[in-house]
Design a protein around this ligand. Sequence first.
Ligand code: TYD
Length: 168
Amino acid sequence: MKKQATLVIIKPDGLKKSLTGNILTRLSESKLKIIGSKIMKVSYSLAGKHYTHLKDKPFFEELVKYITGELHGDNRVMALVYWGESAIEKVRKLAGATNPEEAQPTTIRGQYGRILTSGLFENVIHASSSEDESEREIKLWFSPDEIAIDLYPAKETTVKQCKERVWK
Ligand code: TYD
């Protein structure tokens, strides 16, 4: 069977509720390898690109507020790349249905998700839905050197006059 990579994002509610350990334990049931991981804050630009397929939905703006942390007053997310056989399907199964009320109670979204009064699904994690999407998303969230294997073709480039924040 084919090895795949899949992107997982533990969303701000997961970090605010100290659920990272529980979620990583559940995901370890998949026996997949973690080949990338980081805690980061999500910019509006990244959020918009990540959820570009939902731009026309009425809940899009609130969804962006959710993933950027504005909704929870906690702007941390944990981004992970899992790698192995049928990784996408295995992680989606452990994650459960998009709607936490419809998700099996033993899945991550079934255990820890809820629906906000606004109707938004506060479903704790993101998991890529297809191979095309996982490649698009992983390239959006990670650079080649942040991933422990050579996942996709990469090239070296000289970056000139590029602003970067460094330690004082
Ligand atoms: P989507 O990409 O359709 O689902 P999934 O995350 O399972 O791949 O939707 C992205 C997120 O948008 C989803 O995780 C929660 C939110 N969402 C809602 O709040 N309401 C909705 O009706 C849908 C479809 C999604």
